[in-house]
Design a protein around this ligand. Sequence first.
Ligand code: HEM
Length: 309
Amino acid sequence: SDNDVTADQVVSALEKTFGVHQGERRNHTKGTCAVGEFVGSQDARVYSRSALFSGKPVPVVARFSMPGGNPKVPDTARIPRGMALEFRLPDGSLQHMTMLNTPVFGAASPQTFLDDIVAKTPDPATGKPDPEKIKAFKASHPDSLPQAEFLAKHNPPPSWVNSSYFGIHAFKFVNRDNKTTLVRWRFVPEDGEKQLSDDELKSAPKDFLEEKLIDRTRGGPVRWQMVLTIGVPGDNEDNPTLPWPDDRKAVSIGTLTISSATPQKGAECENINFDPLVMTDGIEPSTDPVLLFRSPAYAVSFSKRLNGK
Ligand code: HEM
């Protein structure tokens, strides 16, 4: 059962499939650091008393990343894109949001996540994953299909600034009257959502995302609107592979501004563990077992890389 899957097991599987890159993240290894600020809107305070939504600018350290433990994965890979944010509040507390550019995740349980990584273990004969094992994984894990379908229909973006990023899990917002609201959130880019064409995907170089982000921020700040979706009673809070119905109320609750970007080596984001359970008063986790499993898994990866392993 799921309860048997451990963080160590998952990190070991990541190491077996992608190799160990000393001092580096075991997942989302390739990435770029950035900094900026967030300004929350009054509308958020109906739902959350978090200081994040005071209306005053809150400094943010961000990291854009490619999933998987391969530091050289090409920027054209048909896999999700990640955006992690650390909000540094005036009282010294932190809020993390660690997101992907897909509205749903590819696993409803830690077991599916583990089985996915194991299915991608390179075959010693070819040095590549065995297509039969990947097929068998898909057939036996229907919860992996909604995200795979989204990735099949949406080509990767030409730039980090041309994606929406989704919190994916349900979370709880708690307001001043202790009223709890089940929510999901996403960040919608002011530069617009864009996708590479099939031809562009074939001709694009291996590495372009980092350079384009550095150039784009030199030309001026990049913004995303934070959009909150309000759940209604009965909406699922424990399955990140299933979206809520489209007609749920959505409220714009703040603006993220990214002002500069740098390679990750030695930069501020490098030694942050973007554990999604780091939260301020007014924002709380749901019962989603995948969300709750992330924290121990990130801790194992973080302590290894911090110790130079
Ligand atoms: C069972 C589920 C999951 C496991 C086991 C897992 C595991 C990991 C690990 C080990 C890391 C590297 C941590 C570090 O060394 O700092 C990581 C990074 C990351 N994960 Fe997950 N993850 C899971 C689910 C998710 C989900 C659902 C999302 C998005 C909603 C997500 C988004 C990210 C992002 C964006 C990063 C990079 C963070 C950074 O820039 O440092 N992961 N994940």
